[in-house]
Design a protein. Structure first.
Length: 319
């Protein structure tokens, strides 16, 4: 039985397929799509998105959007994944996708064996993306939509090479994590095994903040030249190049229970040590760049999740 034949065998008008993309990656939002196909406009080549090449998925994507009776994409953010867990975040994305349809479905076919509680007639279909045409169409729309999103994320965080792995835990991705640490778009809870293997889990608040800071600075167009650079007089958290500026960045991390501002910890004696350490760095690494001392404040929630970053450029002068 073909995928189209399966859908027709149900004898239901307004049949909607729902599938997700991005449950497993270490970074990025999770996506879901809901698609109601038009029986009068059949689409050739529909199949489980995982069985199609990227080129084929990209070719089918606009055809589905054009020929479908209705379609919608729902998203759950990294913050929601960390708050609710990946399963509940996926259900949230599915509910948003179905809610966004311009045509109310008569029956929803959901890929898998877990019910997202759509408050609509629902049928769970294991391996539905390889059984039903409308579920296959939803799998393609969800996958391509998320791939496009990851391409945009890559513009902000090019060092992780997201277009090559889409955030999944590949060898390359782990190598990039080793080099640059964790970024604000990474799912912190998904990296527990990674940190355990490195003997660094749970990471301290400070090390977590420094990982996020390195990713943040790279996303702002900086080149990280050194992390935790040490000299007898002190340590530089991050040395970064921003155009013709050489920024010596002191990272201060603030959790929800910290009362004082992170920048308040950079007192006069701390500044003296930072300046002396920066001078030693320049002796060993002579660069024709304008030096600057910055403070980068990283704010975390109760679970260590990234909230925001405040970058205080030229925070103090050499003393």
């Amino acid at each position: 039985m073909t995928l189209d034949e399966y859908d027709r065998s149900l004898g239901i008008e307004g049949l909607c397929g729902v599938d997700e993309a991005g449950r497993g990656p270490l970074a990025g939002d999770v996506y879901a799509a809901a698609v109601i196909l038009d029986p009068k406009n059949p689409i050739e080549g529909l199949n489980d998105s995982k069985k199609l090449t990227e080129k084929k998925r990209e070719a089918l994507y606009p055809v589905i959007l054009e020929k479908a009776a209705a379609w919608s994409v729902g998203v759950a953010t990294v913050e929601e994944i960390e708050t609710y867990n990946i399963l509940q975040a996926t259900f949230l994305a599915m509910r948003r996708a179905v809610a966004g349809l311009s045509v109310p479905p008569a029956l929803v076919l959901v890929d898998g064996n877990r019910n997202p509680e759509l408050e609509l007639p629902t049928r769970l279909l294991v391996k539905g993306d390889g059984t039903s045409a409308c579920v296959a169409a939803a799998s393609i729309v969800a996958k391509v939509s998320r791939d496009h999103y990851m391409a945009e994320v890559a513009k902000a965080y090019p060092q992780y090479q997201f277009p090559r792995h889409k955030g999944y835990g590949t060898k390359l991705h782990y190598e990039m994590l080793d080099l640059y640490g964790e970024s604000p778009v990474h799912r912190h809870s998904f990296l527990k095994s990674y940190y355990r293997k490195k003997g660094e889990f749970p990471p301290t608040t400070g090390s977590r903040g420094e990982q996020l800071a390195a990713g943040y600075l790279t996303g702002q167009g900086c080149e990280i030249l050194a992390r935790n650079w040490r000299a007898p007089c002190g340590e530089l958290d991050i040395v970064a190049r921003q155009g013709e500026i050489l920024a010596f960045v002191e990272v201060k991390t603030r959790g929800p229970k910290m009362i004082a501002s992170p920048a308040e910890a950079v007192n006069f004696s701390k500044r003296q040590r930072l300046v002396a350490t920066a001078e030693e760095y320049l002796i060993q690494n002579p660069l024709q760049l304008q030096p600057r001392f910055d403070i980068l404040e990283i704010y975390l929630d109760e679970d260590g999740g990234f909230l925001r970053a405040d970058w205080l450029q030229n925070a103090f002068d050499a003393v």
